[in-house]
Design a protein around this ligand. Structure first.
Ligand code: HPA
Length: 245
């Protein structure tokens, strides 16, 4: 039986041992190698393909992630739906670090990867309602607060945003990160359902009085990773229960 659902995990989760009965697959795609071996196993009762977005040991910086190889490899395995987990900065004072967000839309004013460099195809970007619903329902069942209406703004990285960029973005988006729009767009191009559970690990540059540093983001991500890890079995169960995997 091909595996129908995948999790692409971000900062903090690659080190946690979440999978059981694991088979690791080193894959090659027409776009090169994925960030890491795809690990196929069980989370709770659900069979999943599991991929560490930043590679083993978090060595791949956001602007060098081979998103095309990552998404292609999952499609090749038979995956139909992907749940991403990712770290974001908050653009709103009332969306505090420690919060969880499942964006319903995104914007990216910078360059995005595509599978259609040579062919005229215009995919309609969208986040998958079935994956979003499963993430929201399971998180709320676990009595964890989560925001289900939020716009994700993607910047290119690896540098953080300037205060001026954040002032611009904060009127149009709720959270900022460096990866979700790329994955969501590529998934849409291949007809895969994609949505993301984001952890708010910091206030974006200039939103809080305290100056922002990378260490602050890492510290937030570490703290929030276990929260997400604990929610994953329930989210995947919810997705499977609704016949969506
Ligand atoms: N900016 C961009 N990406 C991020 C941030 C941020 O403040 N926090 C976590 N990922």
């Amino acid at each position: 039986m091909p595996v129908r659902v995948a999790v692409i995990v971000g900062s903090g989760l690659e080190r946690l041992a979440l999978l059981q009965d694991v088979t690791a697959k080193a894959m090659e795609t027409p776009y090169g190698s994925p960030s890491a071996e795809v690990r196929i196993g069980r989370i709770g009762t659900t069979e999943v393909a599991y991929l560490a977005r930043h590679g083993p040991g978090h060595a791949v910086p956001p602007h060098r992630i081979n998103h095309r190889a990552n998404v292609w490899a999952l499609k090749e395995l038979g995956v139909r739906r992907i749940l991403g987990t990712s770290s974001v900065g908050s653009l709103k004072k009332d969306l505090r670090p420690g919060s969880l967000v499942v964006p319903h839309d995104y914007l990216c004013l910078w360059d995005l990867p595509t599978f259609f460099d040579e062919k005229v195809v215009h995919a309609t970007p969208q986040l998958d309602e079935a994956v979003r619903r499963a993430a929201l329902i399971a998180t709320r069942k676990a009595r964890v607060r989560v925001r289900g209406r939020a716009v994700y703004a993607q910047t290119r990285g690896p540098r953080l945003e300037t205060k001026a960029e954040i002032r611009l973005l904060k009127d149009y988006a709720d959270v900022v990160g460096m990866t979700m729009a790329s994955e969501a767009t590529l998934a849409a191009e291949l007809g895969l359902g994609y949505a993301c559970l984001c952890t708010v690990d910091n206030y974006a540059h200039g939103i809080a009085a305290r100056p922002l540093s990378f260490e602050q983001i890492l510290e937030g991500a570490r703290r929030n990773a276990e929260k997400v890890a604990a929610l994953l079995p329930g989210i995947l169960r919810e997705l499977a229960a609704k016949g969506n995997v």
